[in-house]
Design a protein around this ligand. Structure first.
Ligand SMILES: Nc1ncnc2c1ncn2[C@@H]1O[C@H](COP(=O)(O)OP(=O)(O)O)[C@@H](O)[C@H]1O
Ligand SMILES: [Mg+2]
Length: 234
């Protein structure tokens, strides 16, 4: 579904991604791991059209997308849940979710999807009139995920969704990711939490200083002390 090849990204005079290549097959859940500053968010932002690569290709469903603007990426079906689970704090939960469907015109489909989101995240139904900023961190995470899903993504990009969540909420997050994966949603999951990645992902790539340093099955990672020590600093 997604084939990224030899991606190079520079911020000014600094090279932050060097010859990054990876694939996300249709229906797969691929993890992208790496320490702070290794370039994970830069990859996500390149895929969502917020960063323009200097070199390389991003093929999505057979179309070359590298350097296309954000709206083109969303239209193609690539949708990001941003790092830090940004929600529109002063808007209601319901308005946040409606915003996710802003590019759609199928009113019935939107209503059905809203119901589905409330089924998936019952807390959001209870709090649909509350300002999103008044919700707990875990609930805001749900708003951010639900908003992204409201646009009916073909590929969902999750940037460190477990950060700042308590162990109980991390477990709930893992369940949600598994559920979405089980429904056939293709996902690229960026994580520093190796446990989360190992619990849900198939293939994993490890990024170090802007380069892919390791690739292999995610569950193998957790049993590989060398990978953990040299690339993830654990
Ligand atoms: N807008 C920017 N301008 C300049 N440098 C940046 C910018 N954003 C990130 N960087 C740098 O690029 C590198 C990769 O950052 P990032 O992709 O955010 O890493 P990660 O998500 O893995 O923590 C880091 O060294 C970071 O300091
Ligand atoms: Mg990041």
């Amino acid at each position: 579904m997604l084939e990224v090849a030899n991606l190079n990204v520079w911020y000014g005079v600094t090279e932050v991604l060097r010859d990054v290549s990876f694939e996300v097959p249709q229906g797969a859940l691929v993890a992208l791991l790496g320490g702070n500053g290794s370039g994970k968010t830069t990859i996500i932002n390149t895929l969502s059209g917020m960063v323009t690569p200097r070199k390389g290709t991003v093929r999505f469903l057979g179309t070359e997308m590298a350097g296309r603007p954000s709206d083109a990426m969303v239209k193609a079906g690539i949708v990001q849940v941003p790092q830090g689970r940004e929600v529109f704090a002063n808007m209601s939960v319901r308005d946040n979710l409606d915003l996710g469907a802003a590019t759609r015109t199928d009113r019935k489909g939107i209503r059905d999807d809203l119901e589905e989101m409330y089924g998936l995240f019952p807390r959001l139904r209870d709090k649909q009139t509350h300002k999103a900023g008044s919700l707990s961190g875990g609930e805001q995470q749900q708003v951010a995920v639900a908003r992204a899903l409201m646009s009916r993504p073909k590929l969902l990009l999750l940037d460190e969704p477990s950060v700042g969540l308590s162990p109980v909420l991390v477990d709930a997050l893992i369940e949600t990711i598994r559920l979405l994966h089980g429904r056939g949603l293709t996902m690229l999951l960026v994580e520093q939490n190796v446990g989360v990645a190992a619990a849900v992902a198939g293939q994993a790539y490890v990024l170090k200083d802007g380069e892919i340093a390791y690739r292999g099955p995610a569950p193998e990672l957790i049993g590989n002390p060398e990978v953990l020590a040299s690339y993830l600093g654990r």
